[in-house]
Design a protein around this ligand. Sequence first.
Ligand code: ZN
Length: 119
Amino acid sequence: MKIIDTGKKVIQAIQESDNVAANQLVLELQSIALELQDENYKLRQRIDELQNHINLVDDMVFDGKVYWRGEGDDREGPYCQRCVDAEGRAIRLQFREETAPGYESRWYECHSCQSHIKL
Ligand SMILES: [Zn+2]
């Protein structure tokens, strides 16, 4: 990072001039620069995470009831329509079944927004 390199050059110049107060200030400046570098790294990681999430939501296909990613045997999901549309969140749905003789009951439910999608 350019600010670190410049800081090192300033430290070297001040050390050679033997100015204690200025030397101390430069050390503080270097510490701040390292904090900024760390914060910058974390922010870049967060941007990557958010970009991946946007790509995840953009790739989804709605089948009329739920969202899926991909097609055919490779498709993933299903994902909750309400959570995707309202919040841009890819929440997997849980399959539930309470089928009894003569009575078929199967549905997906979202553990985030509590939506129930009957099948
Ligand atoms: Zn949901």
